[in-house]
Write a protein that binds this ligand. Structure first.
Ligand SMILES: [Zn+2]
Length: 296
């Protein structure tokens, strides 16, 4: 009989996983941030402490630490991307009350309303909340997922699209969502796949590895582990829904990923040019995945 393995020593200096608290092992550095891999849940995360970030309208208008070059100008394109996601999740929803976390200017809320949902958005950027109320007439609440206080079991669906990678404590965020959902309610999460083909090809240059805005990076397996630990069943549906993007947004993001280089400068000037308004479709497969999981 083989002797029992000695437990691995856990050094105080080992970074702690943002998703599960397990010990992490540094794997690479980028722009001064250390990225670690969690040996327990298999996610990757930024090991450094990150101060509270301010998400405001500048984040959506190319005047911040990341975000988007001009989110509002992509309005129709974003509405159609969100409408596709709402139609995808709709057959699995057991009720009409929907909360979109990180709702920005309320486009998903609007898309959900058009599909018959009684939808509301939660968004930290006050200017976005005001715009969505004024221009779309949708219901929006200012605030963050960590501090929001909706009534328990008050939603049938909670969506977090391109959100989970931003939050400082993803487990805390999903426990909040679990409290807000009725039993059998649906959480829908869309995020990058660090084990996808694009991440493997790009390595540390993968555009999702983008602190301080993106802090935790999941694979389908590591996200499933987080969901199961926070009161959800294993995802019942997984999709690669694809999206339309504008040349403006695509070249802005590519320029950020390329850092300081002539190629990056070309991307930035392309983003500002009249070609910026051109749109095209990109597949999510191999890069981004969407899951829907039921609250236990
Ligand atoms: Zn972990």
């Amino acid at each position: 009989m083989l002797p029992a393995r000695e437990p691995e020593p856990v050094h105080d200096a080992a970074p702690r996983c943002r998703a599960c608290g397990g010990a992490g092992r540094p794997v690479f550095s980028k722009r001064g941030f250390v990225f670690a891999h969690c040996s327990v849940c298999d996610c990757r995360f930024v090991a450094d402490a990150i101060p509270d970030l301010v998400y405001d309208e500048g984040y959506f208008g190319g005047r911040s630490f990341g975000g988007y070059p001009d989110y509002l100008r992509d309005r129709e394109l974003l509405l159609s991307n969100f409408a596709r996601r709402v139609r995808w999740l709709r057959p699995h929803a057991r009720g009409a009350r929907l909360l979109d976390v990180g709702a920005a200017y309320g486009f998903l809320v609007e898309a959900a309303r058009r599909e018959g949902f009684d939808a509301i958005g939660l968004e930290p950027a006050q200017g976005c909340v005001a715009w969505a109320r004024r221009e779309l007439g949708v219901e929006m609440v200012p605030g963050s997922i960590e501090r929001a206080s909706f009534a328990e079991e008050s939603f049938d669906v909670v969506t977090l699209l391109d959100v989970i990678e931003h939050v400082v404590d993803p487990a805390l965020a999903l426990r909040q969502v679990r409290r807000w959902l009725r039993p059998g309610g649906l959480v829908v999460i869309e995020t990058g796949d660090y084990q996808g083909l694009l991440a493997r090809v790009c390595g540390s240059r993968w555009y999702y590895y983008d602190p301080p805005q993106h802090l935790t990076y999941f694979s389908r397996l590591s996200l499933e582990r987080l969901l199961r630990r926070t009161g959800f069943e294993a995802p019942s549906v997984v999709g690669h829904l694809g999206r339309s993007v504008s040349v403006r947004n695509f070249s802005f993001q590519l320029g950020r990923a390329l850092g300081a280089s002539p190629a990056a400068e070309f991307c930035r000037s392309l983003a500002r040019s009249s070609l910026g308004a051109v749109t095209f479709g990109v597949p999510d497969r191999g890069n981004v995945f969407t899951v829907a999981a039921r609250a236990c």
